[in-house]
Design a protein around this ligand. Structure first.
Ligand SMILES: CC(=O)SCCNC(=O)CCNC(=O)[C@H](O)C(C)(C)COP(=O)(O)OP(=O)(O)OC[C@H]1O[C@@H](n2cnc3c(N)ncnc32)[C@H](O)[C@@H]1OP(=O)(O)O
Ligand SMILES: O=CC(=O)O
Ligand SMILES: [Mg+2]
Length: 572
């Protein structure tokens, strides 16, 4: 018999033997789990679940590869001076008379939705929060370490079973679900991210197929009984750039429905419109998903990030300070108005964007001022015709609920009452109008401080953090990263605060040094030493100064959080 040493260090550790006792996952042919073994995780990673994920991977991997190649090809066109626009070959879809399937009763009213990573306490708080929907986020708000991912699935399963509890030892407080809870949506990762702890046929699995597959197989039956009134499960789909990517999701849903023996159109999804190319595909995306759609959402933080990426080769499109790129910019307002018009024409929800403010607990005056800004933004959304909106923190729910109710009254949504016919004429010029505003040294400093702190948190497994009274997640931090890259590349002039200096490597180097010192002062010496600030600084600096812009900072950062077991196996 092989020694413990020999068996534990075998390259395929899906099944690890300790003496004669099996301590590994029971995997189907071609599947290799390289994440840590845990008996609790094995209840999620059942043989059936892994077979289902492997089947999805095998059926769709070439479609995904093709879609990712098309993204590269489009990027090349934009980098040669092109801009995204409406596709003449799909005019018949934009102008055709068709509707999405009727909205299920269970999710007709979505006036306030709360989001958050599926941590145990957070899920309970969010489901009990009084919001209509909780979007459990495996994407912008989650650092997708193996531990986080597996625990998220355990927590989601327990939430849907209604058995989830959490004991806060420090406060001796027990958390459990109320009788009335929010409806649960799950957001899997974007198409571009691999899941490097699960290999299928020798390749890392596609992250979102793992997220979808494990969640669906475990929960579809219970979800439809307890949450969806016969429909579901419900999803949010992030970061798509083209309707061909929506078609893959539609096919995945059909495949899953067939597998589960449930009616076609049971699964429903809201697509985040959060890339610049996707705003020219609103109809096409809804059309592909028309039997599975519950609308579109303005993912405005990623949208700004995507704007920066898409126009990266165009020095005349330098973005002003991040804080100035709000919904008052013509291109942002046009995006939201066109989205509302399109969704309502096709009979589905047009969801608003995330309020990044979070309560300021130690300063009532500042808190009230911040809440006023949120109310103003939400009033704009409700009046424009959005059917609901996003908040990141339960403290914002009552105000946002009040604002939407003041406009919608007892109606569950505005799908049939706010057609926004006026927005039907919005064209490429409106959607691509150059943003106005100024660049400042303080903007450069803030981007640097926020970007480094966010990455430092992400590397230690925290995907969403409060920084300077705002939430910072992957989408928001990406804006900071790409903005610095753009300012460096084109030597942007920081004239907004009277300094009149040009951004160059020297200035950025000094800012990084000074902001690292400030971070150390703010978080304290002890936390700074123990944290991942130096690693984050190195990574962030590399990303900002790269000669070729990285598509996503989380792709590089992911290499730091992948831990293969047995420890020491190569990661990708
Ligand atoms: C661009 C986008 O993609 S947006 C979508 C992705 N981003 C998100 O989902 C952000 C979600 N929000 C969060 O993660 C958090 O609100 C943070 C990290 C920003 C701030 O969290 P904290 O510092 O814990 O906030 P705070 O201390 O004020 O929390 C107070 C209470 O509210 C709870 N809480 C805070 N945010 C949430 C939330 N989103 N959902 C549920 N409960 C929450 C806390 O757990 C805490 O509960 P307790 O009193 O029972 O202990
Ligand atoms: O996911 C939401 C966003 O704004 O990005
Ligand atoms: Mg996003």
């Amino acid at each position: 018999m092989a020694s413990f040493e020999e068996t534990f260090h075998q390259p395929n550790n899906s099944v690890q033997k300790k003496s004669s006792r099996i301590i590994g996952y029971d995997v189907p042919e071609g599947v290799d789990i390289r994440g840590r073994y845990d008996p609790e995780f094995s209840k999620i990673l059942t043989r059936d679940a892994l077979q289902f994920v492997a089947d999805l991977q095998r059926e769709f991997r070439n479609h995904i590869k093709y879609a990712m190649e098309c993204r590269k090809e489009a990027k090349m066109r934009y980098n040669c001076g092109g801009l995204p626009g409406f596709d003449p070959t799909t005019k018949y879809i934009r102008e055709g008379e068709w509707m999405c399937a009727p909205v299920p009763q269970a999710v007709a009213d979505r006036r306030v939705e709360i989001t958050g990573p599926p941590e145990r306490k957070m899920i309970i708080d969010a489901l009990n929060s009084g919001a209509k929907v909780f979007m459990a986020d495996l994407e912008d708000a989650l650092s997708p370490s193996w531990e986080n991912l597996m625990r998220s699935h355990i927590n989601l399963r327990d939430a849907i079973n209604g058995t989830i509890t959490f004991h806060d030892q420090a406060r001796n407080k027990v958390y459990k679900l109320n009788d009335q809870t929010a409806k649960l949506f799950v957001r899997p990762r974007g198409w571009h991210l691999p899941e490097a702890h699960i290999f299928i046929d020798g390749e890392p699995a596609t992250g979102c197929l793992v997220d979808f597959g494990l969640y669906f197989i475990q929960n579809h039956a219970n979800f439809r009984k307890t949450q969806g009134q016969g429909f579901g499960p419900f999803f949010y789909l992030p970061k798509m750039e083209h309707s061909r990517e929506a078609r893959i999701w539609n096919n995945v849903f059909e495949r899953a429905e067939k597998w589960a023996g449930i009616e076609e159109g049971s699964i429903r999804a809201t697509v985040l419109i959060e890339t610049l190319p996707a705003v020219f595909q609103l109809n096409e995306i809804l059309y592909e998903l028309r039997d599975h759609s519950v609308g579109l959402n303005c993912g405005r933080w990623d949208y700004i990030f995507s704007y920066l990426k898409t126009v990266q080769a165009q020095p005349d499109r330098i973005l002003p300070d991040r804080v100035q790129v709000g919904m008052n910019q013509h291109f942002m307002r046009s995006y939201s108005d066109l989205l509302i018009h399109t969704c309502h024409k096709r009979g589905v929800h047009a969801m608003g964007g995330m309020a990044a403010h979070i309560p300021i607990s130690d300063d009532p005056e500042a808190n009230e001022a911040s809440l006023q800004l949120v109310r103003k933004d939400k009033l704009r959304e409700a009046k424009a015709g959005h059917d609901g909106t996003w908040v990141a923190h339960p403290g914002l729910i009552p105000s946002c609920m009040e604002v939407f109710t003041s406009i919608m009254g007892n109606l569950p949504n505005q799908i049939h009452t706010m057609k926004r016919q006026d927005a039907s004429i919005l064209d490429e010029e409106d959607l691509l109008q150059r943003p106005r505003g100024v660049c400042t040294l303080e903007g450069l400093r803030l981007n640097t401080r926020v970007g480094i702190q966010y990455l430092a948190a992400w590397l230690t497994g925290v995907g969403c953090v409060p920084l300077y009274n705002f939430l910072e997640d992957a989408a928001a931090a990406e804006i900071s990263r790409v903005q610095i890259w753009q300012w460096l590349k084109y030597g942007a002039e920081l004239d907004g605060d009277g300094f009149g200096v040009k951004v160059n490597a020297d200035l950025f180097g000094r800012v990084v040094e000074e902001e690292m010192a400030r971070i150390e002062r703010e978080v304290g010496n002890e936390k700074f030493k123990k944290g991942m600030y130096q690693e984050a600084c190195k990574l962030f600096t590399r990303l900002c100064t790269a000669s070729v812009l990285d598509d996503f900072m989380t792709l590089d950062a992911y290499n730091y959080i992948v831990i293969h077991h047995p420890i020491g196996l190569s990661r990708l």
